[in-house]
Design a protein around this ligand. Structure first.
Ligand SMILES: NC(=O)c1ccc[n+]([C@@H]2O[C@H](COP(=O)([O-])OP(=O)(O)OC[C@H]3O[C@@H](n4cnc5c(N)ncnc54)[C@H](O)[C@@H]3O)[C@@H](O)[C@H]2O)c1
Length: 383
């Protein structure tokens, strides 16, 4: 029974609200919320109908009934908050990026492993039923050897030169913005679906909006007047990728592409067929063959066991992002109860992602092909 799991959410912005809804939809109990100030915590608790009014994070940690903490704050706070929660004996669901450095992501993951506690990371696009369908078809050999892997993750919410967010400042968001924020999702998803491991990349980062309004906090767009700050994180990124087997890939990432809201898109081209998934149209996926192409439709009555398991609604009754979150939280809670749900992204995936992001930053600085595994990078450099 999920109902035995009581959860607290720290950080009550955009994604904190999504977690709160997912906790309840997954059968958990929202037992506490912590916002940036005690007054705001009380306001959010009332608005979200949370019975217990915790004043701050310490009082959540001291509450023995809380078994899992959902860390939904700006990136730079993740490690510190996840660490104290793990140390207090709580399981942790920590938003991506798990940490703003690979060293810290590794340290956190080791801490959770040593404590025997769950550390899950919401790479939630793995929870679209048709993503599971494509993965299953790949596992059954339907596509053959990969020829090419390509795609993009495009948004437009930073297009205005007057758009600002805590993500822009490396002190709050980390040294990479667009790539760590959304490129990380694409890499996690594609590696998992295609069953590949990118081993090296060459990446370039671009900042198209040189200054933005001063100020931190939740994302906002303001008027043209007022003080401005220099932007030190990227609006766009491009990467050429290569897997250990020599398969080539390309990825384009942008937060400034007009009209693109959350377009995570990938194409996997195999010797025996191709597959396309578009996060903004997750109820269908495209399958290509040399003699034609077709769309498959999410349907709990057809397809792989995992597609059926994650179909929360009948075919034709659109599922989307929020359903991914519910399924992810349900699987995380199942893992807390000792089950082993398929494809639950954990600390190890957060570490992997941090290494990819660091390789992107190293490559942009050196203008060179760069090994993603840092141990290998050192070996090559010293060879
Ligand atoms: N998995 C996903 O698909 C996904 C999607 C969006 C965001 N995220 C991640 O979620 C995190 C939050 O992003 P967001 O879009 O919700 O940002 P947001 O700005 O909407 O919310 C962050 C909230 O944290 C609060 N906060 C700041 N300091 C705090 C503190 N010390 N204690 C408690 N609360 C504090 C802020 O006041 C704000 O309400 C980021 O790490 C982001 O990368 C993940």
């Amino acid at each position: 029974m999920n109902s035995s799991i009581q959860a607290a959410v720290v950080g009550t912005g955009m994604i904190g609200a999504v977690h709160a809804a997912a906790i309840r939809a997954a059968g958990g109990e929202l037992a506490g919320v912590v916002a940036s100030t005690p007054a705001r915590s009380a306001r959010v608790a009332e608005a979200w109908h949370v019975p217990v009014r915790h004043q701050n994070f310490d009082s959540v940690l001291a509450d023995d009934s809380v078994r899992v903490v959902h860390v939904c704050t700006p990136n730079a706070l993740h490690v510190e908050q996840a660490e104290v929660a793990l140390t207090a004996g709580k399981h942790v669901i920590c938003e991506k990026p798990l940490a703003t450095s690979a060293v810290e992501a590794e340290r956190l993951t080791r801490l959770a492993e040593k404590a025997g506690l769950l550390l899950a990371v919401p790479f939630v696009y793995r929870y679209h039923p048709l993503v599971r369908e494509l993965r299953d078809r790949r596992l059954r050999g339907e596509f053959g050897a990969w020829q090419l892997i390509h795609g993009s993750y495009l948004q437009d919410w930073m297009l205005s030169e007057n758009a600002m967010s805590w993500r822009v400042d490396p002190a709050d968001g980390g040294p990479s913005r667009a790539f760590a924020d959304i490129g990380s999702h694409w890499c996690d998803l594609v590696e998992w679906v295609a069953g590949v491991r990118f081993t090296e990349l060459t990446a370039r980062l671009g900042t198209t909006v040189p200054t933005r309004p001063a100020g931190t906090g939740t994302s906002f767009t303001t008027g043209a007047d007022g003080p401005r700050v220099e932007v030190r994180t990227e609006d766009v990124a491009t990467a050429l990728l290569r897997t250990g087997d020599g398969v080539l890939g390309t990825l384009t990432v942008s937060q400034v592409s007009a009209g693109r809201k959350n377009r995570l898109w990938f194409e996997l081209d195999g010797a025996d067929g191709s597959a396309v998934f578009d996060q903004e149209n997750p109820e269908t996926a495209w399958l290509g063959a040399q003699d034609g192409a077709r769309l498959i439709v999410r349907d709990p009555g057809h397809g792989s066991a995992e597609q059926r398991r994650l179909s929360r609604l009948p075919a034709g009754h659109a599922q989307g992002y929020a359903d991914c979150f519910t399924s992810f939280v349900a699987d995380a809670y199942a893992a807390i109860r000792g089950e082993k749900p398929e494809g639950l992204p954990t600390g190890a995936d957060g570490v992997r992602s941090a290494h990819v992001v660091e390789a992107v930053l190293r490559s942009d600085a050196s203008l060179a092909w760069t090994d993603i595994d840092p141990a290998r990078a050192v070996l090559v450099a010293g060879a």
